[in-house]
Design a protein around this ligand. Structure first.
Ligand SMILES: *Cc1c(COP(=O)(O)O)cnc(C)c1O
Length: 397
C-alpha cells in the first residue's frame, strides 16, 4: 500500500518510527490520557535539553504565545512588535490580549527582523512615548536572530522579549541551545508535524523566571488552583478548588507528550539530517540564478526551511510561474510567509503593503524547497531538476 495518497513531494513532513508509535500506544492503554505523568516528563526532557529552568507544555505554540503575552501582562494600550515575515500567530497573540501590533522590517540577508531597524524604531518610539511592551523575534527557518543585540536594545528601552522559536527546536546560538532563554524572558516552541519534532499539535513555553512559569501554568489550565496554601479561604472539602484568574484549557495531553518524549530522542539526528540535506542543496544549486540561505548557518540552524530567492530576472509574475511549474511537477514548494501586515485582518487595522518594503521584496522572490529528515537523495535530485527546468522556462527573455 502506498504510504501517501498524494504524489506531491511535501515541503516538510513528520518522521514517526516504531518507538514513537509504541510510546503513544503505551499511554493509550494506561490510566491517564491527559494530566498523567507524561507531560511533566516531557517538560523536564525539553528544559534539560535547552538548559533552562522551567517549561510549560501547551496544546500548540499559538496558545503558548498567548500565555507568554498574558504572563508579561500585555493588555489594551500596550504594543507588541514582531517580524512581518512570520506565521500570523506571532502577531495574533497580542491581539488576543487586546494590544496593538507593529512590525520591524526584515534583514535582506537573514530574513529575520533587522536589528538595525529595531534599534532605529525603538529610538523613534521612545521620542513618541510609544515603546512596545514586548518584542517577538522569530527565528525564521531555524536560524536564530542576533539575540545578544536584541536583548541589549530591549534592556535599554525596558522591552520584554519572547523568542518565537517555533522553527528552531534543536538550533543553537553562541554555543547555547535556542530555548535556553539566555537573552529572553520566554521562548516558544512548536511541535506541529511540519516542524522539527512533533506531538501532533503541541507547543511549549520555556523560561528561567519562576514567576512567569507559575503564571503560564496557572493560565494554561483555567486559572484554577488546588493547593490550599494559595487559597483565600479554608477549602470547603477535599473537592475544593478556586479559580483565581481567567485562564484557558491550553493543556497538552499525555498521548502527545509521550510522542514528544520519544521524538526528543531523535531530535539531534533530525537536525543532522536537515543540515546534511541543506548542504547538499548548496552543492546542487551552485550556479543557479537563486540566492540560497547563508551557508554559515549550517552549524547552528535547525534548517526547518530551505528558502531560495529568485533573481531579478524573475520579477512580477515570473516568480509565480516558477512556483506553479514546480507544483505542476509534484514538487510541493511553499512560501514562508505572506507578510502578516498584508493579510486583510491587518490591512483593516491600517497597515499598507509598502510599510515594510524589504518584506515585500522577499515575498515576491522567495520559494521554500522541500526539506525534511526522510527526504531521499533521488527526491532531492528531482526537486533540483524541476527547479532547473522551471528557471530556464520562466526567466524574463
Ligand atoms: C508554526 C508556527 C507557529 C504556531 O505554531 P502552532 O503550534 O501551529 O500553533 C507560530 N509561529 C511560527 C513562526 C510558526 O512557524
Amino acid at each position: 500500500m502506498p504510504k501517501h495518497k498524494e504524489r506531491m513531494l511535501p515541503y516538510g513532513r513528520q518522521d514517526i518510527d516504531q518507538d514513537d508509535a509504541r510510546a503513544v500506544l503505551d499511554v493509550l492503554m494506561s490510566d491517564y490520557l491527559t494530566q498523567g505523568p507524561q507531560v511533566p516528563e516531557f517538560e523536564t526532557r525539553v528544559k534539560e535539553y535547552v538548559g533552562a529552568n522551567h517549561a510549560v507544555a501547551t496544546c500548540n505554540a499559538t496558545s503558548a504565545l498567548h500565555l507568554a503575552c498574558r504572563a508579561l501582562d500585555l493588555g489594551p494600550g500596550d504594543v507588541l512588535w514582531t517580524s512581518p515575515v512570520s506565521f500570523v500567530a506571532s502577531a495574533n497573540c497580542a491581539r488576543y490580549c487586546g494590544a496593538e501590533v507593529d512590525f520591524v522590517d526584515i534583514d535582506p540577508s537573514t530574513y529575520n527582523f533587522s536589528v538595525d531597524a529595531f534599534g532605529e524604531k525603538l529610538a523613534l518610539a521612545a521620542t513618541l512615548n510609544r515603546l512596545p511592551k514586548i518584542v517577538v523575534p522569530v527565528h525564521l527557518g531555524g536560524q536564530s536572530c542576533d539575540m545578544l543585540r536584541i536583548r541589549n536594545l530591549a534592556k535599554k528601552y525596558g522591552v520584554k522579549v519572547i523568542e518565537d522559536a517555533s522553527h528552531a527546536v534543536g538550533a543553537s546560538y553562541k554555543g547555547q541551545k535556542v530555548g535556553s532563554c539566555a537573552y529572553s524572558d520566554i521562548t516558544i516552541f512548536s511541535f506541529h508535524p511540519v516542524k522539527i519534532i512533533t506531538t501532533g499539535e503541541g507547543g511549549m513555553a520555556i523560561t528561567n523566571n519562576k514567576a512567569l512559569a507559575d503564571k503560564m501554568r496557572l493560565l494554561c489550565s483555567h486559572g484554577i488552583i488546588r493547593n490550599a496554601e494559595q487559597m483565600d479561604v479554608e477549602p470547603h472539602g477535599p473537592w475544593y478548588y478556586q479559580q483565581i484568574d481567567l485562564g484557558y484549557n491550553y493543556r497538552m495531553t499525555d498521548l502527545q507528550a509521550a510522542l514528544g518524549r520519544s521524538q526528543m530522542n531523535r531530535l539531534d539526528d533530525f537536525v543532522a539530517s536537515r543540515r546534511a540535506l541543506a548542504q547538499r542543496y548548496f552543492q546542487l544549486l551552485k550556479g543557479f540564478p537563486v540566492q540560497c540561505p547563508n551557508p554559515d548557518t549550517l552549524e547552528h540552524s535547525s534548517f526547518h526551511l530551505f528558502v531560495i530567492r529568485l533573481g531579478s530576472e524573475f520579477q512580477g509574475n515570473h516568480h509565480r510561474r516558477v512556483f506553479e511549474f514546480l507544483r505542476n511537477n509534484e514538487i510541493g514548494v511553499n512560501l514562508h510567509y505572506i507578510p502578516i501586515h498584508i493579510q486583510p485582518y491587518y490591512r483593516n487595522l491600517g497597515f499598507k503593503p509598502d510599510d515594510f518594503m524589504v518584506s515585500m521584496e522577499y515575498y515576491e522572490s522567495a520559494i521554500t524547497l522541500p526539506l525534511f529528515p526522510g527526504l531521499t537523495y533521488p527526491e532531492q535530485d528531482k526537486v533540483v531538476e524541476a527547479l532547473s527546468g522551471a528557471l530556464s522556462l520562466c526567466a524574463l527573455p
